[in-house]
Design a binder for this molecule. Sequence first.
Ligand code: FAD
Ligand code: SF4
Length: 477
Amino acid sequence: MPPNPLPNKERMKIQRQHMPEQDAQQRTHNFKEVNLGLPVERARQEALRCIACAKPTCMIECPVGVKVREFLDLILAEDYLGAAAKIREDNALPAITGRVCPQEDQCEGACILNKKGDSLAIGYLERFVADYEQKTGKLGLPPVARKTGKKVAIVGSGPAGLSCAGDLIQKGHEVRVFEALHELGGVLVYGIPEFRLPRDIVRQEIHNLRRMGVEFETNVVVGKTVTIDELMQNERYDAVFIATGAGLPVFLNIPGEHLVGVFSANEFLTRVNLMRGYRFPEYDEPLYDCKDKDVVVIGGGNTAMDAVRTSLRLGAKSAALLYRRSEAEMPARKEEVAHARQEGVDFQMLVNPVEFLGDEHGRLRSVRCQRMELGEPDASGRRRPVPIAGSEFTRPAALAIIAVGTTANPMIQSSTPDLKTNKWRYIEADPETQRTSKRGVFAGGDIVTGGATVILAMGAGRKAAKSVHEYLTTGSW
Ligand code: FAD
Ligand code: SF4
């Protein structure tokens, strides 16, 4: 019997299943996860909606080619562990991607059901089986090959570094991950807040890698504590994978940016997520107080959404998002935009800050803004925002958080002279093999592409692992 017993007409009558979530009022007072996960019956109901189209575009549009149709069939056969194993063939971190992938631009965006209604909730289902696997504790660790005697250093413990480590350890190589911060996980722990991605999920994945034999060393800033050349020459690493992300914040370069109360989203989120600054003095790191203050966040991506929703949870009196384009151009995940709106974020679209204004003590008091309109599309294909003459206005703000992008931290590049970089100082790497200009050195993730997505970084980590293994076994470059 085929796993889906319903004729197509019946499948299309089923509504997309709603994700249970914490009440919007309640959740702005805590950092617990907003989405609560599909119960088993709803997951099965959702899987029944797949019409098994001849050309499964969802799989083509997933950056790592997760076998969506096959894992749905396993859900329908009630083999949830089998479904999780099927996803893991292509995606090592399904509990994470099921929560944070921009599905509407990837697998779900390509789903044919979109044409007549709502796409299949592939992300919800991916999360469902991954959580099921984690709850039952029956994660089947993949077998690890016999030791090869080769040593690989991985720099950075974000999704690119972790997925590369997972694949290389299975091939029998000795793998050590060097991380600059005191906690492992990259943006998954210091950027994305707990209410979207609980830390325990990331920790569990890292624990699994440890069980497979991956070694981790924190508080090592490669390029400063030790250089790439020292790793290869003195510590005898046979290959290095650089996965250091793009963590250097970009600023607006407008007057008043130096005022007390103006932060980069990177610093703000790191203080909250990593240092638990909101629990000072129980935790060491103080946090600029948001309580009863007017907060503005500048930007329209996931980082902006995370910062503005975090400020609400820290007791902001008002939390506004200033974005110079319209909502249609916002790069943030649609779900985060909807959640932010439910939580009471004030969306100020087509608004651009032009100056931060302070008091006599150098503290931020307000932001002078200008209204914009949309003109012709720019190089990114999005319509260019154009200032409207005479539309300037001032709004009060005691805290401004800038979330307009990040760029590469140049530390490794500047301490490794034979590593080729492009004009933005991102490392140049072959898109197929992730090889750099330096023999034995590979790079991938945001440090090559610029700020992108978790799944793209993971995909690069996996490609790099394949090439590293080839290099270590054949010696050819
Ligand atoms: P990172 O995750 O940045 O990890 C790099 C690691 O390298 C870090 O731990 C860093 O400390 C370490 N490192 C840096 N320099 C050194 C050094 N010299 N020595 C040793 N270690 C070093 N993507 C999505 O798909 N969905 C989302 O919802 C989403 N939300 C986001 C929210 C925020 C706030 C941010 C900032 C990003 C978000 N992204 C999201 C983007 C996504 O997180 C990144 O594209 C992804 O994490 C990149 O992975 P990576 O492994 O290349 O780098
Ligand atoms: Fe969709 Fe992301 Fe899963 Fe691929 S990894 S199927 S894009 S949720």
